[in-house]
Each structure stands twice: as C-alpha cells, then as structure tokens.
Design a protein around this ligand. Structure first.
Ligand SMILES: Nc1ncnc2c1ncn2[C@@H]1O[C@H](COP(=O)(O)OP(=O)(O)O)[C@@H](O)[C@H]1O
Ligand SMILES: [Mg+2]
Length: 320
C-alpha cells in the first residue's frame, strides 16, 4: 500500500464571484496511495468538494483550475483532452455524491442506469450481461435484485445511496471520490451505508477519497486523514496518529468540538469563531484569528506543511 495513485502538486482553484475572487483550493499538495481510504475533513466551505471535483476536472465556471498538476496513474489530468477525461470519468475515477437524486435520472429505471454506465465504457458488453452484473452488484449491496426494475423515487434514500455506490463500483474504478456520501441519511442508515462502503472498499481494493465534515466518519473509515482549512491542508496523518496526537491547533479544536467515544476524558468544547471568507486571503496563517496558540510570527508567514512525525505533516509555526 505504498504505491502512489494520485499526486497533486500546487493545485489552485478559484471562483470569480460578484463579491471577489475566492481561492477555494490554495496551493494544495496531496498524495493518495493505492488501496487507501483518505479522509478529507474540515468545516463547510473549506474547499473539500472543490478539491474532489478538481480530480475529475468537473470545475465549471465561475470556477477555474488556475494552476498546479494532478497526476493520476502517471498522467497529468490537467493536460488531458475533454474526450480523454470523459473516458476516465466513471471508468477509472468514479464519484459518489451527497444527494443521489441529483445523479439518478428520475425517468430511468435502475437497471437502465447500470446498463448505460457499463455499456458507455464497455460497448462490447450486451444488455443481458450488463443486467447480470447489476444483479450481482445488488447482492453485494444487500438489495433484492427485483428492485432493479424500480425507478429512483420508488427506492428509499438509503437504497438510492446504495445504488450510487454500486454504480461507482460496477466498473471496477481505481479511484472513488465519495463526497459527504451519507450526509442526507438518518444515523441508522448512515451506519449501514458506511459498513457497506468499508466492506466493498476492502473487497474491491478500490482507492477512496472520503470527503466529510464528520470526524466520527473518518475515524471509522479512513486510513489517513487530511484536514483542510480555508483552502489549504492544515494537517495530514495516519488516522490513528491524528486522533492520538493531533498536531495542528485546528485539528485539536476539531477533535475537541465533537462528541467522540474514541477519545477518552474528553471535554466537549466548541471551536470559537468561524472559518474565514476565502476572498482576499491574508498572506499569513488562515487559522491565526481563531488559534488559541497564536504567536506574532503567525501573522507574518503562511506556514508550509512540514514533517511532524512518521508519514505526517502539519502546516503550523509551532513545528517549524
Ligand atoms: N459554484 C461556486 N460559485 C462560487 N463560489 C463557489 C462555488 N463552489 C464553491 N465555491 C466557494 O468555494 C469555497 C469552497 O467550497 P466547497 O469546495 O464547496 O467547500 P466544502 O466542500 O468544504 O464545503 C467556498 O468558499 C465556496 O463559497
Ligand atoms: Mg462540499
């Protein structure tokens, strides 16, 4: 599990809005290893989805990838043609969205979704073969294959999210990007879906980027965790190490602010303040205004990620 599948370097994504230019992803470096689940966490608006969408090159105006590189299996995705990206999307890199209704066609039966997904990328497969693959997938998903002839609205929210997971896995993609995949579900169904995702991830050996604002979910699912703050990576570490000894004051605050049975002797506290607007960013540490350990130098430089332990890095002057 130490071969790199995705190498992101100096990625910059901007949105031109009426009130100004938003730097949603701000000089991000990130490596994703074959077969791992990388959790991408942080408060709402910190750039998680933008980073995920960038890998599929699904940033649309007013957004624009303005710099950097995303090398996937040896190829820079930012240099590919749109036709080449279309071949990669769904086939080698799949995405699971928060709300399955936005990606399922309400007028199309579930089996047709599978047939279309499979035959778009593997035209030699017959409809019958594609339906058979969908039936096999439904067994894995724990849904009776008879439900394949249903329309999306006839399924429960949890079933629809299972279908999305099935559609993401049916082509044996190398990389699945799951963006808040359980946020729209109730907690019981959420736990079932997470169990399913973990089982299928192991079974298929798929590499996964799991985007969530929920530290409990990454605690359960992720091998490694990247914490984002205001468009940048604040800290990245193996999951257990991050929970055992968070280094960045933002990570420490995040962990204190959630009720978490994994943390002993915890006092529940809330992180004071709110994330900055990403317009006209200050050229110094984004977290300084909220940081309980802020020092004068924090208002002078924007700290780069530095090594703070085995396989772990943090972007904080406390460690430089
Ligand atoms: N379509 C858009 N138009 C303008 N600004 C956007 C758009 N999408 C995202 N942004 C801005 O980019 C920043 C990051 O957003 P996003 O990646 O969705 O964050 P997250 O997924 O962490 O909640 C936010 O400040 C958001 O306002
Ligand atoms: Mg998001």
């Amino acid at each position: 599990m130490n071969e790199t599948l995705v190498t992101i370097r100096d990625l910059q994504v901007q949105f031109d809005t009426r009130v100004g230019r938003v730097q949603a992803v701000d000089h991000v470096d990130l490596d994703i290893q074959h077969g791992e689940v990388l959790g991408l966490v942080g408060e709402s608006g910190c750039g998680k989805s933008t980073l995920g969408f960038s890998i599929l090159r699904l940033i649309r105006p007013p957004g624009l990838i303005v710099g950097g590189s995303i090398v996937f299996d040896g190829e820079n995705l930012l240099a590919q043609s749109e036709a080449e990206m279309n071949r990669l999307r769904g086939k080698r890199i799949a995405m699971i969205f928060q709300d399955p209704m936005t990606s399922l066609n309400p007028l199309q039966r579930i089996d047709d979704h599978f047939v279309e997904t499979i035959r778009t990328h593997e035209p030699q497969v017959t409809r019958e073969q594609a339906v058979q693959r969908a039936r096999d997938m439904f067994e894995h998903l724990g849904i009776a294959p008879e439900r394949l002839i249903d329309y999306p609205h006839q399924l429960s929210g949890g079933m629809r999210q299972r279908v999305m997971i099935g559609l993401a896995l049916v082509l044996n993609s190398d990389l699945v990007i799951a963006d808040e995949p359980t946020t729209s579900l109730d907690v019981i169904v959420e736990a079932q879906i997470l169990d399913l995702m973990r089982d299928l991830q192991r079974e298929y050996g798929v590499t996964m980027i799991l985007i969530t604002h929920n530290m409990g979910i990454v605690a359960e699912m992720a091998d490694r965790i990247a914490v984002m703050y205001a468009g940048r990576i604040a800290e990245i570490a193996p999951a257990q190490a991050l929970f055992d000894s968070p280094k960045h004051p933002y990570t420490q605050g995040l962990l204190r602010s959630i009720p978490n049975i994994l943390l002993k002797d915890q006092e529940l506290a809330s992180l004071p303040g709110s994330p900055p607007h990403l317009i006209d960013q200050q050229p110094w540490c984004r977290f300084a205004p909220r940081c309980p350990q802020v020092m004068p130098a924090c208002r002078e430089v924007n700290p780069p990620l530095v090594n703070v332990g085995p396989r772990r890095q943090a972007a904080c002057l406390l460690y430089q």
